[in-house]
Design a binder for this molecule. Sequence first.
Ligand code: CP
Ligand code: NVA
Length: 309
Amino acid sequence: MKKDFLSITDIDEYELESIVADAVRLKRLKSAGTSHEFLRGKSLGMIFEKASTRTRASFEVGMTDLGGHALFLNPQDTQLGRGEEIRDTARVLARYVDAVMIRAYAHATIEEFARYSTVPVINGLSDSLHPCQVLADIMTLHERFDDLHDVRLAWIGDGNNVCNTWILSSALTGMEIAVASPPGYRPADAVVEQARAAGGKISIVTDPAKAVRDADVLYTDIWVSMGDEQERAERLRALKDYTIDSRLLEQSSPDALVMHCLPAHRGEEIAEEVLEGPQSIVWDQAENRLHAQKALLVRLIAGGMPPAE
Ligand code: CP
Ligand code: NVA
């Protein structure tokens, strides 16, 4: 039976641990220049309804590193842009490739694709979730903390797709997630309820200072996500007091780390001095997209990594 990765909750804590361990091994192999072509002859289809730098580049380079091939499919240049149905595209592509990564506006599009695809489907971001990002971020935190249980992450700003994914990951990692968002920009109630029912430790507050007080990690993301552009002016107004700047950072513990999934808008959700400052680990996060997704691809396509020699 094929396995999809549409949500971080599609894996359990043991699978998460094993993917992170594989990702660490793949990172070492790459840095040593050791060949690791565990997906030789395999192909990944990549459909992007929205823009991407990191997701596209890391999946494409990842497949090349693994001895396989990635195929970039832009809806504008395929029949999807001319109205071919997603369920027809899914069934056809599944006959050519070994897995599909899809970035779509509506989460339902990815779910429909997965229903009709006979090969594994990976969510490369939807309006509600971004599981590949949080997988890489968890790997990044494992490089900094021996144990993630009780590590406290403060999410500051828009309760968006990346925020939802952090909330859903709480029960898997044991991390506490404190979200500070203004009314109207809080994460979806259904997501918070699902996370709490699974054992996640989630708190939702309005005041950013309250969320960062005991935090080990501060996280933010852009205020205007892809698809929200028409709300730009009202979003900037509503979120203006939610910038991670040095004043907010000073209210947290002195060794708190700062994360951002990127792209960043300096002067909006994050100040230049924080993004470029010593507590920022954003470039490690971006790098780890490559290693974490390679581990995920090997698991979904080949069933896991060969034993280490
Ligand atoms: N963080 C992230 O997913 O970046 P891209 O939109 O550039 O892929
Ligand atoms: N929340 C952002 C993440 C970009 C990687 C968006 O959906 O545009």
